[in-house]
Design a protein around this ligand. Structure first.
Ligand code: ATP
Length: 239
């Protein structure tokens, strides 16, 4: 599999606060890569830089070889982004969301809607207004809106935040299966170090803007002689 995302030496400072500091990694096609770390570690800022929404002070990003700040149109076609704070239109039904977004994406609206409905797993609930959905249903709808366009690279900021164990499992399975079937590179962020062990092929631990450890969950547990990724994180940050 080829490299889908390349990140080299990113640095971003907001009013004297170093949000991202010398962050480098690459993500391959079909791979799920997790950016893991506590609040304020720099995960969202890293995703926003990759999406071309925040300009780094230093460093470079390539999405399938393209620069998000110089080749925005090309990169927008390749990229799907689920922000942490994304919300639904409460008066529209789930199906109306799918139709609306599919019409913006171009191509066959019916085919895109059919695929979006399938990956959402919402079934008959798609006919209900999204304002009546539970958090888990909303997150699944929002994720479907991003993925139904079949982006080559998907950036998912806390895709399971606020979800119960059943909804989280559904979303994790959806992400895993989606990445394999479409050879999409997925970069997700999470606080939950145990869940990423299940969904991610490789992870990078972030702390205070820096990557403090990276590798497959198995490699990291061996290297740090740890039973799980929480222990790896504590050891990697010297806690
Ligand atoms: P969380 O898990 O809480 O979402 P995070 O790992 O995604 O955290 P970021 O949101 O990237 O972390 O924040 C990293 C640091 O940068 C924090 O100190 C935050 O306050 C700061 N920061 C992020 N965005 C801005 C901004 N637009 N203006 C000023 N400071 C910012």
């Amino acid at each position: 599999m080829g490299v889908a995302v390349e990140v080299r030496g990113l640095r971003k400072v907001f009013n004297g606060v170093v949000a991202v500091d010398d962050v480098s990694f690459e993500v391959f096609e079909g791979e799920v890569f997790g950016l893991i770390g506590p609040n304020g570690a720099g995960k969202t800022t890293t995703l926003r830089i990759i999406a071309g929404m925040v300009r780094p002070d230093l460093g470079e990003v390539r999405i399938m070889g393209f620069n998000p700040f110089r080749e925005e149109v090309r990169v927008k076609e390749l990229l799907g982004y689920l922000p942490e704070e994304a919300d639904v239109y409460s008066r529209l039904t789930g199906l109306e969301h799918l139709r609306f977004y599919a019409s913006l994406y171009g191509g066959s609206v019916d085919e895109t809607v059919r695929y979006g409905a399938e990956i959402s797993g919402l079934g008959g609930d798609l006919n209900k207004r999204a304002g009546e959905y539970s958090k888990g249903m909303k997150r699944r709808l929002l994720l479907s809106l991003v993925l139904m366009r079949r982006p080559r690279v998907a950036l998912l900021d806390e895709p399971t935040s606020g979800l119960d164990v059943y909804s989280s499992l559904r979303v994790r399975d959806l992400i895993k299966r989606y990445a394999r079937e479409n050879k999409t590179a997925v970069i997700l962020s999470s606080h939950n170090m145990l869940e990423v062990e299940y969904v991610c092929d490789r992870v990078a631990f972030m702390s205070r803007g820096r990557i403090v450890a990276a590798g497959t969950p198995v490699e990291l547990k061996e290297k740090y002689n740890a039973g799980n990724l929480e222990e790896v994180f504590v050891k990697a940050t010297g806690g």
